[in-house]
Design a binder for this molecule. Structure first.
Ligand code: 6GU
Length: 236
């Protein structure tokens, strides 16, 4: 999979070279390319923003650098599949595991990281010609820019690519997975069986896997109903 990120803070994305994602890149499973939007400006100050038409607080990202950057990006693909272009935005559809799964099957994804009050709305409209465009948020709160959001989505997507995670069974048994009926994960324990006066639930030491499975499912339902009751309704 190829992932491109366009940002005015490319250094922000250096975290993607670490850990599991960095390893996947070194193993050739992943090709991550980070670009500085200012490389597509032509003025001395490398200007990327301007005041909003209609008034209001804050600045808006100018369309011209984005247009040129996305032109060059669109030209650079070798694959025939239409690349997916994600505009990060607190007003987008909310990212979740289902979207992560869908995106993990793509050949090429690109992130356009907005800053300030956002990118001139014509950019996303124009980009539809060459990309499958989506506007995506990572949750109901406001960040200063899309860089951290792009990293969050990249991590959630990349770990689903076959071969990135050593033991694929761990993907099956986690929160939000189909096998767990989209519920939150049950509590887990390791040795010692007794620690600071707290004991591991006895059933987990019983060796009875039918009972253990039932106990875990019950725990999942309980935790989900307490923390995320809306997930129980979705699964039914
Ligand atoms: Cl994707 N961008 C920004 N700026 N804020 C956010 C977000 C994205 N998702 C949640 N808040």
């Amino acid at each position: 999979m190829r992932i491109d990120v366009i940002s005015i803070f490319p250094e922000y994305l250096s975290g993607l070279e670490l850990s599991l994602i960095g390893k996947a890149a070194k193993a050739g499973l992943l090709d991550i390319r980070v670009h500085d939007l200012r490389d597509w400006t032509h003025d001395r100050h490398r200007t990327v923003d301007d005041t909003p038409y209609g008034g209001g607080a804050g600045m808006v990202m100018k369309p011209e650098p984005w247009g040129e950057a996305l032109d060059d990006l669109a030209e650079s693909y070798e694959s025939d599949e239409r690349p997916t272009l994600i505009f990060t935005s607190p007003s987008g559809e909310v990212f979740n595991q289902k979207l992560a799964e869908e995106l993990s099957a793509k050949e090429s994804i690109a992130f356009a990281c907005g800053r300030y009050e956002g990118i001139d709305a014509r950019v996303a409209k124009w980009a539809n010609e060459k990309f499958d465009v989506r506007e995506v948020s990572i949750g109901d709160y406001v960040l200063n820019g899309g860089e951290v959001a792009a990293m969050v989505m990249t991590e959630a997507i990349v770990r689903l690519i076959p071969g990135v995670i050593g033991n694929p069974q761990s993907l099956v048994e986690e929160s939000y997975s189909d096998a767990e009926e989209g519920l939150l994960e049950y509590p887990i324990y390791t040795k010692p069986a007794s620690w600071r006066g707290l004991d591991v639930p006895e059933i987990l030491l019983s060796g009875n896997h039918g009972k253990i499975d039932r106990w875990r499912r019950e725990q999942s339902r309980m935790i989900t109903s307490l923390r995320r009751p809306e997930l129980l309704e979705e699964g039914e």
